[in-house]
Ligand binder design. Sequence first.
Ligand SMILES: Cc1cc2nc3c(=O)[nH]c(=O)nc-3n(C[C@H](O)[C@H](O)[C@H](O)COP(=O)(O)OP(=O)(O)OC[C@H]3O[C@@H](n4cnc5c(N)ncnc54)[C@H](O)[C@@H]3O)c2cc1C
Length: 466
Amino acid sequence: MNLFIFSNDLRIKDNKALYEASLDQNGLVALFIIDKTKNKNHGDSLAKLKLKLLGLEKITEPLSSLNISLKILYSKKISDEPGDILDFCKLHGIKKIFLNSEYPFNEKQRNKNLEKICHQHQISYREFNSQLINPDDVKNNSGLPFKVFTPYSKKIRSLMTQDILSETPAPLKQKNRTLDHDEIPKFQDAYDQELNFSFDDFPLTESSASQKLDDFIESSIQNYKKLRDIPCLSATSNLSSSFAIGLISSKQAINHVLESLPDENGTGQSAWITEIIWREFYKYITYHFSHVSKGKCFIPKYDHILWRDDEESFIKWCEGKTGVPIIDAAMRQLNERKWMHNRLRMITAMFLSKNLLVDWRKGERYFMENLIDGDFCSNNGGWQWSASTGVDASPYFRIFNPITQSEKFDPDGKFIKDFVPELLECSSNEIHNPSSETRLSLNYPEMIVDLKSSRLRAIDAFKSIK
Ligand SMILES: Cc1cc2nc3c(=O)[nH]c(=O)nc-3n(C[C@H](O)[C@H](O)[C@H](O)COP(=O)(O)OP(=O)(O)OC[C@H]3O[C@@H](n4cnc5c(N)ncnc54)[C@H](O)[C@@H]3O)c2cc1C
């Protein structure tokens, strides 16, 4: 019998490992691992864990129609997983394991150990590339991994032939179902916690993710370049949670777009495809430069920055009580909706790592613990970009002024008013930075930091690193 192990690839279509596992008609079991300690250590948000479990429930139906059994394996920690998988294989007579690659260090290590154990026990182990293009096949002219996005992106586009973009066929229906499905545990039983949250905005199946993308292509993609930075509009796809748990692949997304519109420079569709390539880029960086998964800065010298130990400000940032309206609105969006607009992720991350000079890793962790779309590679990449410690990052002296950003991207304060009800009565010209009298009368706090001097403090902290 064959075993396919789910990771962040909760889909039937364009799933290379699942397809390969189905080919020899040996009987096929799909395995989902619940590992509370790993999820806790990695800071996975309850929203993402619950989304995944709800998605798992939905995928039993298409798996059933393919005669593929779904089993749940409980593991105590990631280093136990290879041994636990081996025990499962022995119990069920599994002779071949198939899975798609993951790139963060712990997952890579787990898979290496699993492969080793499989060899020792005569179990075949096959791992498949889960990127648009295998990271080992994308190198610069000197044969080294790219460290700058634009040439990487150009290279990816030059390699995006029909052949590369052709999707993996659906898995073959197995002649017989060999085992019964396991019951999917209730969220509380699986993770010892409850979460009351509406998942209405977030697809649970690959077909609803695909429909959401079609709707976005039809209604919004052409204006994406122009409107994507305006947080009060729904001008982006809101598909990040679907990418994060794998309801849709980069390849499928790009194909959907190209079926309707050409990838022409300057268009909304081209800008959107570029974002998919950013997602690929951060996975590629995690694959080639494993120190980023070990809590290190991509640029090693910035490991010596003297971050401020300012727990009080950090908590105010988390709670959306900094007295900077756009920051507070954004953080409250994250806390309430478990999702944050991209422009706001950049503004809040820069505010924490520069104006407050708090270690970006604290913010990275807080985002992971709350985002429904938490993805180690994109989150680490986004944080290191904002903190100027990362690959092809924002230069340390270019620090966003949150008030100017607010005036530019939320001119009427509509987004702020959606999330900071204290400021509902504020006029458009005051909303970005209300006067002391207004703050007092509306019971809205003063800013916790002076933007000008804290900017200079951050520049000095970076400058002092030789
Ligand atoms: C500090 C910070 C942290 C972030 N953390 C995450 C995270 O944990 N998970 C995550 O998926 N994205 C993260 N991003 C990237 C980006 O903010 C989100 O992917 C995007 O806001 C999701 O909204 P959307 O689906 O409407 O995106 P769209 O604008 O519709 O883009 C389409 C898809 O492209 C990908 N994408 C878009 N922008 C980026 C980007 N800058 N980097 C990498 N991929 C991108 C996403 O998969 C997204 O769903 C982070 C960005 C920053 C600055």
